[in-house]
Design a protein around this ligand. Structure first.
Ligand code: NAD
Ligand code: MG
Length: 296
């Protein structure tokens, strides 16, 4: 897609129906049909993050991959975290970052583990030579028809991934962040408009909004900004790997005024803006991209 032209956004990217495409959790971007656009060919940088150092969780695929590619093209060095099972997706991202002549750091591991979260930050800081952008983006979303279907193990896994890890990683990063640093958390439209089948997940996304607003007030005196992004439906492996019933994967995004899901690259510039000094007056904010529904 040539970015110097204007397009009708409703027809810019694939529209449903899509094929059913069940994948085992955590899912791979390289198995999706149609393939998501993370900006591999479309995102063009212009030096907006020159010399910055970023850690992105869930940077192998989906929204995190789009942020990783864009950050590298804007001149940042980037570390990504992901699960071991996602190595094939992660390799593609590492190669794309290196193709920009930037440092790319791959740190696989499970962020449900507190000790690993602290190691992750230390290792990213070591290998990047510092840290000034933290993107808490990894997430777990597994649909359940009823409240009664949510086991303690499910609840624990969702809260550990989406909330505990955000707390642990941000705590570990804080001593390294200095004036001008930016923390960006991936929330969701479900924080404001939860569907029936994502009860535990939606709870965590509402909490991420709240964490963002509290922390923003707490660290403003240190010159650190904290914001969140609240996406609507985006075409990522989160959805076919248990995030939605397959019937809903087939018509994913159809209920949006734009009639289609977002593609990860359509959020790339939001993550760039929030990381860069250009958004210096924005902290404690939540940025939406929901295909015309007006949330948050
Ligand atoms: P994705 O599957 O591409 O990314 C999620 C990533 O989370 C995975 O790649 C994986 O690396 C990571 N992850 C999950 N559990 C982990 C664990 N225990 N340890 C380490 N890493 C783990 O899907 P995505 O949609 O790009 O998701 C990114 C964020 O966007 C998530 O927080 C998700 O909740 C949020 N979000 C997605 C949508 C959507 O429609 N796709 C909408 C709103 C919010
Ligand atoms: Mg992934």
């Amino acid at each position: 897609m040539e970015s110097d032209r204007f397009f009708d956004p409703t027809s810019q990217y694939p529209r449903p129906p899509f094929s059913a495409q069940p994948q085992e959790w955590p899912g791979l971007a390289n198995k999706m049909d149609p393939p998501p656009d993370h900006g591999e060919k479309s995102y063009r940088g212009s030096g907006r993050l020159t010399g910055r150092k970023a850690l992105i969780t869930g940077g192998d695929s989906g929204i995190g991959r789009a942020a990783a590619i864009a950050y590298a093209r804007e001149g940042a060095d980037v570390a990504i975290n992901y699960l071991q099972a996602e190595e094939s997706d992660a390799r593609e991202v590492i190669e794309l970052i290196e193709a920009e002549g930037r440092t790319a750091v791959a740190i696989p591991g499970d962020i449900r583990d507190e000790a690993f979260c602290r190691e992750l930050v230390d290792s990213a800081v070591d290998q990047l030579g510092g840290l000034d952008i933290l993107v808490n983006n990894a997430g777990r979303q597994q649909w359940k028809a009823s409240l009664l279907d949510i086991t303690t193990e499910d609840f624990d896994a969702t809260l550990k991934t989406n909330l505990y890890a955000m707390l642990w990683i941000t705590q570990a990063a804080m001593p390294y962040l200095s004036e001008g640093a930016s923390i960006i958390n991936t929330a969701s439209v479900v924080a404001y408009d939860p569907p029936e089948v994502l009860l535990d997940y939606s709870m965590t996304k509402a909490a991420i909004v709240n964490f963002t607003k509290s922390l923003a007030k707490q660290v403003v005196d240190q010159g650190i900004r904290v914001n969140a992004v609240a996406p609507g439906p985006f075409w990522t492996p989160l959805q076919p790997s248990g995030g939605q019933p397959q019937e809903h994967v087939k018509n994913f995004g159809e209920d949006r005024p734009m009639g289609r899901p977002g593609q990860p690259v359509e959020l790339a510039s939001v993550y760039v803006l929030l990381a860069s000094q250009e958004s210096s007056y924005s902290s404690g904010q939540v940025y939406g991209a929901t295909g015309g529904k007006g949330h948050p």
